[in-house]
Write a protein that binds this ligand. Structure first.
Ligand code: G4P
Length: 537
């Protein structure tokens, strides 16, 4: 179907109305905080439309797979689904997966460029953990509003007040609790709903496999029945409210404050409230700004950008799936779009084969939705796709602060040409970042990555795709900053455990063995201008 026909099928009003129904978000958390459990619990409340943006009916618990990697393994295919889509109330919710665990990588961060908001999931016993902090940093940098869900309240953990303080003190995010726990973690009785002062009772349902009916008590009855526990909760909440914890929508949307809920994903407590908040408060898709600074209206013709490319690790199937977030217009399967980078056409007729045997079909998608395009070997992370005229190009995706570094050398010196070609290609796709310096020379560039799994992917592709096996020697750096003044390069290079390398985007990165060696150098040279590096571009 041509894009013209597609545009005719849905009027502009329709597109805007559909876009307004979308809530596209990701869960940011540290491994084991309960992300998979929460995903399943969310889906229990929802009518599941599809996975990866498909629009076919699949309801109930069965078939809702929250552990994407597991699903890949079970199906023996090397693609990771990018989004789970479901209907809730009148909204269409897109939950985008942020890979964690061993596969934490730049991809995890890039997913955050495709969402409009995030849910920060904390374990009540652990509070803010390293991976959560890194992901939160990206949300802050990109201005993505965050709702906080404090999980595992059904078992012993830390005090609610202490967890709220941690948000303020460690990340400068003002907590705005919308519920407050009654009875401490482990002896949890329910929550105070601060919007009307009522009490919502916590009931243990068998494994959280069903959605329990909610039991509510008005404030006075709760006071009488729960006594000390309830008055204490009220006092604590008042303390938080007095120190600026009253709900403020603008503060949430601007990313300076976060609504907080307490619950238990595994027992499905607080999950419906979370969904309601997402639907009521979370931002909807907005027009995206192109490289020229113009907004692409939601009801313009179709446009999207690729935020993730998954390449089959099996050389026999050079399958490549590109996941794109729709920014404007209607995506209709079969339409031919243009890749703004190469100016070449791209046919989307295989948009339906994302899930191998499961064959979920993306027939139609609207702004905020994710489409998975297979046979997409011509597409790269950051590419813009559009239909019709005029052309549009969105800014490329940023590079993130790497934490792992390795020198790459061809294992077979006669393959120097293939080596160079492969290295350039992997860098342009964002598989790894490429760092060089005059001292090191071109023959042994440094690969930099957010997660070590990026090295594995790079090494595998160098060998199987570019026919140039590589040797990777890890460098002992773990702290990185941007060197603001190139003239100060020599100061860093002269340090014992540090050097400056230039990234392919031109950023000078100062690398240090650890924080201590960086601080020592700064003490010796207070004039050294080092900047934190979250994202660039
Ligand atoms: P992740 O995707 O963030 O890594 O976490 P996942 O959902 O796999 O949950 C990690 C562990 O935490 C699981 O336990 C899960 O059951 C448990 N969990 C999740 N939410 C809650 C909650 O609200 N309360 C309690 N008490 N536990 C929760 P596990 O022992 O690793 O697995 P399992 O044997 O329970 O399946």
């Amino acid at each position: 179907m041509s894009s013209r026909a597609g545009a005719a099928a849905s009027s502009g009003n329709d597109v805007v109305a559909q876009a307004r129904r979308r809530r596209s978000f990701a869960v940011i958390s540290h491994p084991d905080a309960g992300k998979s459990t929460l995903t399943e619990a969310l889906a229990l409340h929802a009518r599941v439309i599809s996975e990866a943006g498909a629009v076919h009916g699949k309801a109930g618990r069965q078939g809702v797979v929250s552990d994407w990697m597991e699903m890949e393994r079970a199906r023996g295919i090397s693609i990771t689904s990018a989004a789970l889509q479901f209907a809730y109330r009148d909204a269409v919710v897109n939950l985008l997966d942020t890979p964690g665990h061993a596969d934490f990588s730049e991809d995890t961060y890039r997913v955050l460029s495709a969402v409009d908001s995030a849910v920060m999931l904390l374990d009540a016993a652990k509070g803010l953990e390293p991976q959560t902090l890194k992901l939160f940093d990206v949300c802050r940098h990109r201005g993505i509003p965050v709702i906080t869900f404090i999980n595992k309240w059904d078992r012993p953990g830390r005090e609610a007040l202490e967890l709220c303080d941690e948000l303020t003190e460690r990340i400068g995010l003002a907590p705005m609790p919308l519920t407050w726990p009654v009875g401490e973690a482990g002896r949890f009785r329910g929550v105070l709903d601060v919007t009307d002062g009522s009490f919502v009772a916590f009931e243990r349902t068998a494994g959280g496999a069903t959605v329990a009916e909610e039991t509510r008590l008005a404030a006075d009855r709760a006071e009488a029945e729960l006594g000390e526990d309830f008055s204490r909760a009220k006092e604590e909440w008042e303390l938080v409210a007095a120190s600026g914890g009253e709900f403020d929508l603008a503060a949430y949307l601007s990313g300076t404050a976060t609504p907080v809920l307490f619950g238990s994903a595994v027992l499905n407590f607080g999950v419906r409230h979370l969904l309601d908040l997402l639907v009521d408060l979370a931002p909807r898709p907005e027009p995206r700004t192109d490289v020229d600074g113009n907004d692409r209206s939601l009801d313009d013709e179709f446009s999207a950008f690729v935020f993730k490319v998954q390449t089959g690790m099996d050389p026999a199937h050079r399958d490549q799936v590109a996941f794109a977030r729709v920014c404007s217009g209607v995506f209709e399967r079969g339409m031919v779009v243009t890749n703004a980078t190469t100016k070449r056409p791209f046919a989307t007729k295989y948009a339906h084969q994302v899930f191998g045997q499961q064959r979920s079909t993306v027939d139609v998608a609207y702004p905020g939705d994710v489409v998975g395009l297979v046979n997409a070997s011509a597409l790269r992370v950051g590419d813009t796709l559009y239909a019709g005229k005029p052309a549009v190009r969105f800014p490329g995706l940023p590079s993130f602060a790497p934490a792992h570094f390795a020198v790459a050398r061809p294992a077979d010196l006669s393959k120097a040409k293939q080596f160079r070609k492969g290295v350039e290609q992997l860098s342009s796709e964002g598989v790894v970042q490429l760092l060089t310096s005059e001292t090191r020379g071109d023959a042994a560039p440094v690969f930099a990555a957010v997660g070590p799994m990026q090295f594995e992917v790079a090494a595998h592709r160098m060998e199987h795709e570019f026919n140039s096996p590589v040797k990777l020697d890890r460098l002992p750096y773990s702290t990185v900053r941007r060197l603001a003044d190139p003239a100060q390069r020599a100061l860093v290079d002269a340090g014992r455990n540090s050097e400056v390398l230039t990234r392919s985007d031109g950023t000078d990165l100062a690398l240090f063995a650890d924080d201590m060696s960086m601080r020592l150098l700064v003490r010796r040279h207070p004039e050294l201008r080092l900047e934190n590096l979250v994202a660039t571009g």
